[in-house]
Design a protein around this ligand. Structure first.
Ligand code: GLC
Ligand code: CA
Length: 547
């Protein structure tokens, strides 16, 4: 069976406008991304997921789009985009885009036309009500910031629906013309060379807009997948779907055991279990969650993550569990957003404790699935809680310690978003150049560990088995695939421990330690396996070559 690209690589998400500016206007651009592709290649990244780079007023980080067939002019031209695609391809780096089609910006010409003329061909592209809808105050995605999902529009003389911000009217996805347009948008970018899409807000996108039947329209995902495959056989959809396990199965769909709809979904529940486990210093929430997660159909894949461009959404934990996480990691209410999540990067969540940052990322990388890393996490970047909502974690990439952080030569006051200037996460301390020169930096650790991961195909494509019997703070699991078997030990607690795992020993080959928090000496004794407090070890039990 051949490898499939999305099951063995490393995904890296970034916002082009925050990554690297080259023309001195304070906004990152495609030219800048192009110049940093070798940095990403060296880090071990195989696939980029770009946050929306379309024309947009950017009141929601660019998720409020006003033209699906262009790039934002501040980032460059469509030609610059094509050149960047080419350069990425030259380096074997794939690019995925955000497909944000649940809603548009209210500045989109479709909405402008729809609201200003009841006879506009675009009127029925949105969701209207002549009277005040009974569900006006139900199901807001950003409670506390947005208090209703219908807004009365003075121009249209009608109410329009918006599950997200009021400046993001929902598209009427019941309308076949809208469905067709979504296919067209996806094909446009596929034909420009992208390898697929992160499907933004997938559960909302497939939620019927009208009529009594409110069952999600999963088949829309299959239709879209079919169109995409027709244009590009190896293209992939990665769904943002923070839904129940039962529903998750439906996102993949299956026929004869093979996925028919999307091929990847974000492991939201695992993300919450990881955070809870780290807070409790107890591995059991992770083990329990892995056991409960549905088996995926053939070629289906989890996308694992610790941080993304949004808050750490803990909405699936109990109130008590959320309080536990709050006490350990985010005691100040200002660190929270929408009553459900932490609007911080991982390093500050873990109090800047290098041992625990490594532990957390080592654990993520060893989980079944493909790891997705947010830009700057490899440096241990921090955040700015003085910025509103999720803007706190959307500060420019920190390349060096000069004024402007190597991000831009513009006056920092003109930057698209302010730098983390002060404190332990300042660009003066946390930056690529300084970490590059330090063999013990987090960046060097990320490079080493991501390279180890990429030589360990069984993580992404193999079967994972949890090994019980150790202390509650320790997670022991192993992955077995065609390349061999690797054992992972993660100690989430501060007390060192010694494990007896001799039963796993394969007398044919010597176990070999190849990733660890510290030097445990030569040789691996599985009957007396030492792991430091907050320590971790990756041990190859069996290596298969020439299969
Ligand atoms: C998704 C994005 C989030 C955005 C929202 C509306 O949840 O991750 O950043 O605000 O969709 O598009
Ligand atoms: Ca620029």
């Amino acid at each position: 069976m051949l490898t499939r690209w999305y099951r063995t690589g490393v995904f890296y998400s970034l916002d082009v406008g925050l990554f690297q500016d080259t023309n001195g206007d304070g906004v990152g651009d495609f030219q800048g991304l192009m110049e940093r592709l070798d940095y990403l290649g060296r880090l071990g990244v195989s696939t980029l997921w770009l946050n929306p780079m379309y024309p947009s007023p950017r009141r929601d980080g660019g998720y409020d789009i006003c033209d699906y067939y262009h790039v934002h002019q501040r980032l460059g031209s469509l030609g610059d985009f094509a050149l960047m695609m080419h350069e990425a391809g030259e380096r074997g780096i794939r690019v995925m885009l955000d497909l944000v089609v649940n809603h548009t910006s209210d500045q989109h010409p479709w909405f402008q036309s729809a609201r200003s003329d009841p006879n506009s061909p675009y009127r029925d592209w949105y969701v209207w009500s002549e009277t005040e809808p009974p569900d006006r105050f139900e199901g807001m995605v950003f409670p506390g910031v947005e208090n209703e999902i219908w807004t009365y529009d003075e121009v249209a003389h009608a109410w329009y629906r918006h599950r997200f911000y009021r400046f993001e009217p929902d598209l009427n996805t019941d309308n076949p013309a809208v469905q067709e347009e979504i296919h067209k948008i996806a094909m446009f970018w596929i034909d420009l060379g992208v390898s697929g899409f992160r499907v933004d807000a997938a559960p909302f996108l497939i939620e019927p807009r009208h009529g009594p039947d409110k069952r999600p329209r999963y088949e829309f995902l299959r239709e879209l997948r079919e169109s995409m495959s027709w244009h590009r056989g190896d293209s992939v959809m990665l769904a943002e779907a923070n839904v129940s396990d039962e529903e998750l199965r439906e996102y993949f769909g299956q026929a004869d055991g093979t996925a028919t709809r999307v091929l990847m979904v974000f492991a939201f529940r695992l993300n919450q279990a990881l955070i809870l486990a780290l807070a409790r210093e107890d591995a059991r929430p992770v083990a329990a969650t892995l056991r409960e997660l549905p088996d995926l159909p053939r070629y289906g894949q989890w996308a694992t993550f610790l941080r993304n461009h949004d808050e750490v959404d803990l909405g699936r934990l109990t109130e008590e569990e959320r309080q536990e996480v709050a006490r350990a990691f985010a005691p100040d209410p200002d660190m929270w957003a929408y009553g459900r999540g932490i609007r911080r990067r991982l390093a500050p969540i873990l109090h800047g404790d290098r041992r625990r940052i490594e532990l957390a990322y080592s654990l993520q990388m060893s989980m079944p699935g493909t790891p997705v890393i947010r830009y700057g996490e490899e440096l241990g970047m921090g955040d700015r809680l003085d910025l509103p909502e999720r803007e706190a974690i959307r500060t420019p990439m920190q390349w060096d310690h000069t004024p402007g952080a190597g991000f831009s030569s513009a006056d920092p006051r003109a930057f698209t978003a302010p730098l983390v200037e002060d404190g332990p996460y300042s660009y003066k301390i946390v930056n690529v150049t300084d970490e590059r020169l330090d063999p013990n930096s987090l960046l060097t650790w990320f490079e080493r560990t991501l390279h180890a991961l990429r030589e360990c195909e069984e993580i992404g494509t193999g079967d994972h088995e949890i090994i019980d019997g150790g202390p509650p703070g320790v997670m022991v699991h192993q992955a077995t695939g065609r390349t061999g078997t690797t054992l992972f030990v993660h100690n989430l607690a501060n007390q060192p421990c010694r494990l007896k795992l001799g039963d796993l020993h394969d007398p044919v080959q010597e176990p070999l330690s190849f990733v660890a928090d510290s030097d445990y000496g030569n040789g691996v004794d599985l009957d007396a396996l030492d792991v430091a407090g907050y320590g971790y070890r990756w041990i190859r039990l069996r290596r298969m070559v020439g299969q």
